[in-house]
Design a protein around this ligand. Structure first.
Ligand code: F6P
Length: 536
């Protein structure tokens, strides 16, 4: 039997046991949780027992996680379908020697980081100003990895935000840029065009609209622009001065790019020192991931819990539930990180994947979600493994009672999911309310919680720049480990291409410049309806 079969057999043999009963063994909470640099990862409220954990660790070993990890950190071209190294870890390194094609990439990283810090500081201090004086607003135009990371992190680090206001525009829907620019003064607004390729249609369309908006009020609109891109020929063609272009190499994937130039907006918001702390947190997690034993390794354990829930227990989705309002964009960020990385049906060697691909990731912050979709999580027919994140302490000392309530709710949810409420307990509650007979039976059944629903909790003291760096790097490495175990290349994204090509071909059909005769009946009918209502 291979290790996957062993895992499934173990699961089948033990599936009758409840999660709560696993706590009858003393020390379960300690044995099924790990800490690193102030982060606590508790996976004791899952069905994973000693036997399952040792099989999962064996799975990681036989899948070659350790060798692949070293290959990533040392610059091997592990993104095989694109022939690229994967070195976002170099973006947060304090120094060192990491080679791609024989060339040490670190000096270039450090030089760009210094240029970014000088530019960010000059914007913050007013030394670089707009035609109307000090910049009050910065608009980052980008999409996917050139938006989700910096937007998520800028919100997450709001208590440290002492620079100009930051706005993130991503959607090609004109409503997004229209509504964002509406309240802004072009004379005191800096526009950052963030696009690795500088060809993404959404970003370039928004950038041109912003330039036209700027040109109406500013004599030299290009002087209000900066660019974050690898394509310096294209940034020059757009008219952006090379001194305001911050480039990165093809060994940084879009969804892993927050740590370098794509983080410029964040750096302007919170300042170079806080940004450096964020990088230190990421680097601390890199060191932990690279050096800790698999059995004590947070990213490895997070990945193994994910594999257990998705590929072994068969739960297709994973809910990410930050009890942290400032992490409200984390689920969207993780949707790209996890689903663009591991949502693939073909293995590295081109064969069909032997297991399911990575899970569907979704979520919202608590406690809001409790008043929305938690009903299904508690009583629906499908099991949704939940991943809670929460700080022990908030940033608002005067509102400590809010934080106590927040934390109490977070812990109560994982307890309720595991413990549930039996029919007997529900019957007793209904009897105490004076019900009896058939009505008691009927009402009690609605109040039963099956329980036995798995969750994990990631707890940290406070959401500082350092902790945010740790958490984001933790998820990045988790995705990497899951990808290695599934045999996936986590660093390409061919699945986004077809829709882009078809949209390009459809635009002239919608404008009436092409007939769309090659389109299917549904698409033709939808085009015809849009045209008819538009033309009155
Ligand atoms: O469409 C997917 C994608 O290529 C993402 O991987 C990437 O983060 C995003 O588009 C934006 O790409 P760019 O930074 O080149 O504009």
């Amino acid at each position: 039997m291979d290790i996957w079969s062993d895992l499934k057999a173990h699961h089948a043999a033990k599936s009758g046991r409840s999660i709560l009963s696993l706590f009858e063994a003393p020390g379960r909470a300690e044995a099924f949780s790990r800490q690193s640099d102030g982060l606590l990862f508790d996976f004791s409220k899952t069905r994973i027992d000693e036997g399952a954990l040792s099989l999962l660790l064996e799975l990681a070993r036989v899948s070659g996680v350790e060798a692949r990890r070293e290959a990533m950190f040392t610059g091997d071209k592990i993104n095989e379908t694109e022939g690229r190294a994967v070195l976002h870890t170099a973006l947060r390194a304090p120094g060192g020697d990491v080679r791609v094609d024989g060339q040490n990439v670190i000096p270039g990283v450090l030089e760009t980081r210094t240029r970014m810090a000088q530019f960010a500081q000059a914007i913050r201090s007013g030394e670089i100003a707009g035609s109307g004086g000090r910049y009050t607003d910065v608009v980052n135009i980008g999409i996917g990895g050139s938006d989700l990371g910096p937007a998520m992190a800028t919100l997450a680090l709001a208590p440290y935000h002492d620079g100009p206001r930051l706005h993130y525009v991503s959607n090609v829907d004109g409503a997004h840029i229209n509504d964002t620019l509406q309240g802004l003064d072009p004379k005191t607004t800096l526009v950052i065009v963030a696009s690795k390729t500088f060809t993404t249609i959404e970003t370039m369309t928004n950038a041109e609209t912003a330039r036209a908006w700027m040109a109406a009020e500013v004599a030299n609109p290009a002087s209000h622009f900066a660019a974050l891109s690898s394509a310096t020929d294209k940034t020059a063609a757009f008219g952006i001065d090379p001194s305001r272009v911050f480039g990165f190499e093809d060994w940084v994937g879009g969804r892993y790019s927050l740590w370098g130039p794509i983080g410029l907006g964040l750096m302007i918001a919170v300042g170079p020192e806080n940004f450096a702390e964020f990088l230190s947190g990421g680097h601390a997690m890199d060191t932990h991931f690279r050096e800790a034993d698999l059995a004590d390794n947070l990213p490895v354990l997070l990945a193994l819990v994910g594999i257990w829930h998705n590929q072994v227990e068969g739960h297709a989705t994973r809910a990410v539930l930050p009890y942290d309002q400032r992490l409200s964009r984390l689920p969207a960020y993780l949707q790209q990180l996890e689903m663009e990385s591991n949502g693939k049906r073909v293995a590295m060697d081109g064969s069909d994947l032997a297991t399911d691909s990575g899970p569907i990731v979704w979520g919202e912050p608590g406690t809001n979600g409790q008043h929305a979709f938690y009903q299904l999580i508690h009583q629906g027919t499908r099991v949704v493994p939940c991943e809670f994140l929460v700080a022990a302490e908030g940033h608002e000392p005067g509102l400590a009672h809010h934080h106590r309530l927040l934390l109490a709710n977070c812990l109560a949810q994982s307890e309720a999911l595991m413990r549930g409420r039996s029919l007997e307990e529900a019957r007793a509650i209904m009897a105490a309310k004076g019900l009896d007979g058939a009505e008691l039976d009927r009402q009690a059944r609605h109040r039963v919680f099956p329980g036995n629903r798995p969750s994990t909790t990631l707890m940290y003291r406070k959401l500082t720049p350092f902790v945010l760096g740790q958490v984001i790097a933790l998820y990045e490495h988790r995705v990497f480990v899951e990808g290695v175990i599934l045999g996936i290349n986590s660093f390409d994204q061919w699945g986004v291409e077809l829709g882009k090509e078809l949209a390009k071909a459809l635009e002239p059909v919608l404008s009436g410049d092409a007939d769309g005769a090659d389109k299917d009946g549904s698409t033709r009918a939808l085009v015809a309806f849009a045209q008819s209502v538009r033309n009155g």
